[in-house]
Design a protein around this ligand. Sequence first.
Ligand SMILES: Cc1cc2nc3c(=O)[nH]c(=O)nc-3n(C[C@H](O)[C@H](O)[C@H](O)COP(=O)(O)OP(=O)(O)OC[C@H]3O[C@@H](n4cnc5c(N)ncnc54)[C@H](O)[C@@H]3O)c2cc1C
Length: 423
Amino acid sequence: MMGLQKAPAASPGSFGSAPSLADLPTADFFDFESLLSVQEQRKLNELRAFLATEIAPYAGQWWNKAEFPDHILPKLAALRLSAPAQRGYTHLFAGLVIAEMTRVDTSIATFFMVHHDLFVESLYDFGSDAQQDRYLDDASNLRTTGAFALTEPDHGSDVAGGMQTTARRVERAESDGGDYWVLNGAKRWIGNGTFCNYMLVWAKDEADSSIRAFIVDASLPGITRSRIENKIALRTVQNADIVFRDVEVAEADRFAGISSFADTNHLLRGSRIMVAWQAVGQQLAAFDVARRYAVERMQFGKPLAKFQLIQQHLVDMLGNAVASMGMMVRIAQLQEDIYTDAQGTRHGGAAMAQVALAKAYCSARMRETVALGRGVLGGNGIVTDYGIAKIFADAEAIYTYEGSYEINSLIVGRAVTGVSAIV
Ligand SMILES: Cc1cc2nc3c(=O)[nH]c(=O)nc-3n(C[C@H](O)[C@H](O)[C@H](O)COP(=O)(O)OP(=O)(O)OC[C@H]3O[C@@H](n4cnc5c(N)ncnc54)[C@H](O)[C@@H]3O)c2cc1C
């Protein structure tokens, strides 16, 4: 149900019987979804049906127990949402897919993003034909899972300059398997890291300090993975500390096209957009839950929705969500607007500073929105049974990963002043 056509039947000022939620406008108040093609809208509804039956009823239990539901992978793969650009979908569709997943469960959306938007996309963008032949089909169909290992225990925001994980090339005769690399170091926070089959590992070349990236089989000797316990956000996502001790990786598993952090940034720009869409999804979710509660919960003999201050909270939440969504729709348009000139140079797309502003802005609005929503639920807002507590807690991860609020702000600050304040 879209937009304003189906306004509430109840007349203003009366509260009589509670309005049916199905008759109220959706949180997509400006009907951005109508910008999708009919085929894309149909696909999004297919995703919604999957999320409603396979994820929504169980997401709270998985989160409470900090368990990842491996059994959903075949059904998730059957939706065929991997690599939307290669399947002919728009960037707006790809963004709304992540927003809808997040609206139902942020952890599942995060698993999907790490696997598809970082691991699978890296194969498309940087993989050789041989690497794509070897890894893409299984990864796209979730028969194998991937992770993205960049952050380190001592280097998060400053990992570009501070990376300590090293790679040393060793020459070896072709007849003995050819050249290989030896990886040493540690990574932290790696999503899907405890169970993934492969990870994209970033390391500094001991020879010339350039940045290298490797597709690493997670079962190789010398790799130790331990789950990060006691998280208060994204508990269903399995984040790992990973140690590499003299791990031998074949030259054939290096991304030959990657030699600097600019290449890393190329991938991060894409996934940062998706995290900003997550901040949209979080706000839609918070509005859904808070509005339902406000309409159904009675205090002083009336539904909470009858109180002006509660309405103000809902309107502030909706305004934040719609403003964030509008910004992301423009980002999606910019992503479509790429052209190649006669010299073969690509132009257009969403620039990193624009993406950084979107991520910083949407995640700041998200923090306000989920806090207002949590407040609307009163005491029930702090138990996960009512949904909003999980949304509230998960927002903290979104605020921090893919460049924290501060780092993304500084990227924009540098763009608009010409002066870097990051270091
Ligand atoms: C749930 C979760 C999942 C993650 N998944 C992955 C993953 O799959 N793969 C991966 O590689 N990484 C992952 N990360 C890591 C994430 O990208 C980092 O947490 C993030 O980059 C911030 O780094 P940090 O945590 O080390 O914080 P720090 O860099 O130590 O920053 C701490 C605080 O200082 C601020 N700060 C730092 N530098 C500056 C500065 N110059 N000016 C102003 N303020 C500054 C930061 O904004 C932050 O508020 C994940 C993190 C989380 C929480």
